[in-house]
Write a protein that binds this ligand. Structure first.
Ligand code: GRF
Length: 200
């Protein structure tokens, strides 16, 4: 199976996915890294790993539809079977999601449905939760609301700052995202309504 990873930022999840693939724990081809941000570090990581990159910037297209169609065309050309969003800071339209229905997944840095949005770690910390952690989920038109594939609890200790908590959450992300991808690749994820059954 061919995978595309979408990034806008640092790309530590991309790196974790690349490493898992190199180790053989993800048995698929990371065919393409798509970004909307030409200077993001994720693109450097992709290039260092010899992975094809594609920058598609919203500002170069008149409409969101044209912008997304350019991406879809590239995905079809590479015969992509799974899109993994990894810090991609754009909301995909319903049409885009439909074109890849149940084949787009995302990682969110909080235990959904708590702390949706772009500040999941900070929001959980400020709220004072004792447990948080990342969630991998299927992408549906409602933001951060698709069926949940994997979650991993991270305890918030008395000594934690937002920064140390972020480190701990990211460390868990780097474990569960590659695992979720491999489960998908193996055809072991069965969506039943809101539930994702893991066929082990
Ligand atoms: C991660 O915290 C992820 O949960 C969120 O965006 C961040 C991306 O980090 N969706 P990175 O670019 O993979 O380092």
């Amino acid at each position: 199976m061919n995978i595309a990873v979408f990034c806008s930022g640092n790309g530590t999840n991309l790196e974790a996915i690349i490493n898992s693939q190199k180790k053989g724990s993800i048995k698929a081809d990371i065919r393409l890294v798509v970004s909307d941000t030409p200077d993001c570090f994720a693109l450097t990581r992709a290039k260092n790993a010899g992975i094809k990159t594609l920058v598609v910037e919203r500002k170069n297209f008149k409409t969101k539809k044209d912008f997304e169609e350019a991406i879809l065309k590239a995905l079809q050309k590479e015969n992509i079977g799974l899109v993994a969003l990894a810090g991609y800071m754009r909301i995909l339209s319903g049409d885009f999601i439909k074109a890849y229905e149940n084949r787009i997944i995302n990682i969110h840095p909080a235990l959904l449905p708590s702390f949706k949005g772009t500040q999941g770690i900070k929001d959980a910390f400020v709220y004072g939760v004792k447990v948080t952690g990342p969630t991998v989920h299927f992408v549906t038109p409602d933001m951060d609301a698709g069926p949940i594939i994997l979650q991993s609890p991270v305890k918030v200790t008395e000594d934690d700052t937002e920064e140390t908590l972020a480190e701990a959450v990211h460390a868990e992300e780097h474990k569960i995202y590659p695992r979720a991808i491999q489960l998908f690749v193996e055809g072991k994820l069965k969506i039943e309504g809101r539930r994702v059954r893991i066929l082990e």
